[in-house]
Design a protein around this ligand. Structure first.
Ligand code: GTP
Length: 373
């Protein structure tokens, strides 16, 4: 008898995890990766800033983690093509996973990321978007939703809320019940349909955000049209590149001009303007720091300039201490604490500062002044 075996019909669900800088995406991811939930998850991360800090902060587990650091996932068609390449690799051993999470950088618009999965036909046949999950920092979101500097240009904090299929207000421990109520009301004005959930340190019932089948393709199609993204064209992996990210300071990226290596196709991505005033600067030092001096500098400096400096992260080697220290700051809120031992790893310290009006030389000078004698 001739048996006809059906090809695997179930598509691999993808969650796009987004949210402004410091909203708690990595925290939620770590919660997901360490929680027993029955899903086998692969993670694709796109970090903002050329020195990778996040991979040191994601808790190691059986899951597979792929870093994509060559630019902003929503701006660069090349990066979205890389996403497709990573996806193809994952699909080649898809028996190992039953869910993929794509964590966008904090300044990304999730819509161009979502469209990437429709553009490549071979991938589109095998995956389906489960939901765009947007984290909102209960303490800091207002200053980004109503950012006066962005008057008239694309506001990614707003876009992230508008595109959400699930909104997770995180850091509820830092906001009053009244503030949470009015935040919910303003989020509801931006997005009438997405369920709004609350969490502290990303702790949420995972069945509310994973495997929810909450994605709205019609919304993405509409928004793709506004962004001039052609979702019906089947692109080759490296066909087209438009670069407009003015924020990333990756050495390979020249943001002063517009370069387009199109091959005569219709435009794939019309430039959407990230906030050109937001920059990222990274610093790497081979020597160890005086922990107390550094902690004092960070508290004072960010206390003074933390309105403009949105996000600071670091992995720090502190003299006479076996452990590496983790720096996590969101605006003026600084957390600097020891983590586990360096073990065999080569000690070095790396910092990323993201924000407006960054004084690169001044930060470098100040950090050097905190190095151990
Ligand atoms: N108080 C409080 N702090 C939180 C909560 N969730 C996360 N944090 C802290 O907020 C900081 C930023 O969290 P991350 O998870 O790294 O944020 P992120 O969205 O991944 O940041 P980017 O990668 O820069 O976009 C860290 O210091 C976290 O420990 C929360 O619910 N309450």
């Amino acid at each position: 008898m001739n048996m006809h075996i059906e090809p695997e019909s179930r598509k691999l669900p993808i969650t796009i995890l987004t949210g402004f800088l410091g909203s708690g995406k990595t925290t939620l991811l770590n919660y997901i990766l360490t929680e027993r939930h029955g899903h086998r998850i692969a993670v694709i991360e796109n970090e903002f800033g050329e020195v990778d800090v996040d991979s040191d902060l994601v808790l190691a587990s059986d899951e597979e983690i792929f870093q994509m650091q060559n630019g902003c996932i929503c701006c660069f068609v090349d990066v979205r093509n890389d996403l497709i390449d990573v996806m193809k690799k994952l699909l080649s051993h898809k028996d190992k996973f039953d869910h993929i999470i794509v964590e966008t950088s904090g300044l990304a618009d999730p819509t161009p990321v979502a469209t990437a999965f429709f553009v490549d036909r071979s991938v589109a046949e095998e995956v389906e978007l489960d939901a765009v999950v947007t984290l909102v920092d209960a303490m800091h979101i207002d200053q980004h939703l109503y950012d006066p500097v962005l008057d008239g240009s694309d506001n990614q904090a707003v876009n992230q809320v508008v595109a959400a299929d699930r909104i997770l207000i995180n850091k509820v421990d830092l906001a009053s019940e009244d503030a949470l109520g009015s935040l919910e009301a303003s989020l509801r004005k931006l997005n009438q349909t997405a369920p709004i959930l609350r969490s502290t340190y990303g702790k949420v019932d995972l069945t509310d955000i994973l495997g929810v089948n909450g994605f709205r393709p019609s919304y993405v199609r509409e928004r793709a049209e506004i962004l001039d993204i052609d979702m019906d064209d089947d692109h080759d992996a490296h066909g087209h590149h438009e670069c407009h990210d003015t924020a990333c300071d990756h050495p390979d990226h020249d943001h002063g001009h517009h370069h387009d290596h199109g091959h005569g196709r219709a435009s794939v991505l019309r430039p959407h303007s990230h906030d050109a005033t937001v920059k990222s600067h990274s610093f790497v030092y081979p020597n160890s720091f005086d922990g107390e001096k550094l902690a004092t500098f960070l508290k004072d400096y960010l206390g003074e300039r933390g309105d403009d400096i949105f996000r600071t992260k670091g992995i720090v080697s502190v003299a006479n201490d076996e452990r590496f220290f983790v720096l996590q700051a969101v605006h003026k809120l600084v957390d600097f604490r020891p983590d586990h031992s360096w073990g065999e790893d080569v000690r070095k310290s790396k910092f990323v500062f993201i924000g407006r009006n960054l004084d690169r030389d001044g930060i470098d000078r100040n950090l050097r002044a905190c190095l151990a004698a």
